[in-house]
Design a binder for this molecule. Sequence first.
Ligand code: SAH
Length: 357
Amino acid sequence: MSESPDTSASDGLPSLLDLPASRWREAMAEWVDAPYRADQVVDWVFRKGVYDFTEMLNLPVELRTGLAQRYSVEPPSINRSFESEDGTQRYLLGLADGLSVEAVTMPYEDRVTLCLSSQVGCRFACRFCQTGVMGLARSLTAGEIVGQVLRLRTELNAPDLPVNIVFMGQGEPLDNAESVSQAIGGLQDPSGPGLSWRRITLSTVGVVPEIKRLAELGAQRPRLAISLNASTDEVRSEIMPVNRKWPISELLAAIRSLSWRTRERVTFEYVLLAGVNDHPEDAQRLGELLRGLPAKVNLIPWNELAGLPYERPSARAIEQFRLQVLRGGLDALVRYSRGTDIAAACGQLHAAVARSG
Ligand code: SAH
């Protein structure tokens, strides 16, 4: 973990958002006359949603200008947003270097789920996913990840609504493990957003060495979701090239090496592709593969993407597959993606700045 703010984030100034809020006192020690000044900055940023030092009115004017010359606390900006009929919003967020990345908010009655990106694009090239088609532009900094949460919370204007975070936007979080871990620490910091690990889910294609290293996060380790998507190496390697490097047996061994906390379960995502991975034998093999793990299976009917050679199974076939998985002794839910009408659904994110609508 890097110990100093990253200078690439904004205007060439180091972003304090790279550091957990409880370390801002230390970071600013040289410039402020008393530690409570740093606490006031934390309060403006994390409680009041003010990201411009010159507007932090309870700070002395010289301190405001001094901090503005040295640091940034500016989260990504909203370039565009698209609202779905189901309340889901997709945002195109502008980064300091001009690139943009997508994030999605999904409101529920008692909470809101924020779907964050960890990279601009992705280099894993899963065949059924639009982000995979983009390739990777770059990884996000910790500050850009924490900044997505700040920007979306400000935008939602519902400060008291509990927030769940899922790393299921663009990118592979474990291909950017250092910044993502740093951000996860920042999001849990009691002086900052103070989120519990239970409210944060990291979804991965299965970067085996990094899954093992998640143990190093200890009590801060987030919930885990694994994009399994097939029950044999043959099919998985075909639709997810990453499987050639880390096949199913190695992936599951890495997951089994983790220790589970009370009521913790690991989610296995399984995108349903008609005729490819939805045979009765797939359901049966899933049961065998995942036996003994505190697993639940999220079946995601494939979201149509133009130009890709797949089809979503019929509603009947989806339900049959779910029942077969249940019979194999696993908990299985069908997760229809939200926001399909605004291209905010799983697999549809690819930062089309020029897209109309
Ligand atoms: N790279 C990480 C984080 C992205 S999560 C990961 O793959 O886990 C995105 C989820 O959407 C993954 O579970 C992926 O399998 C799923 N997905 C991708 N394209 C999809 C599509 N067209 N329809 C439905 N789900 C899709």
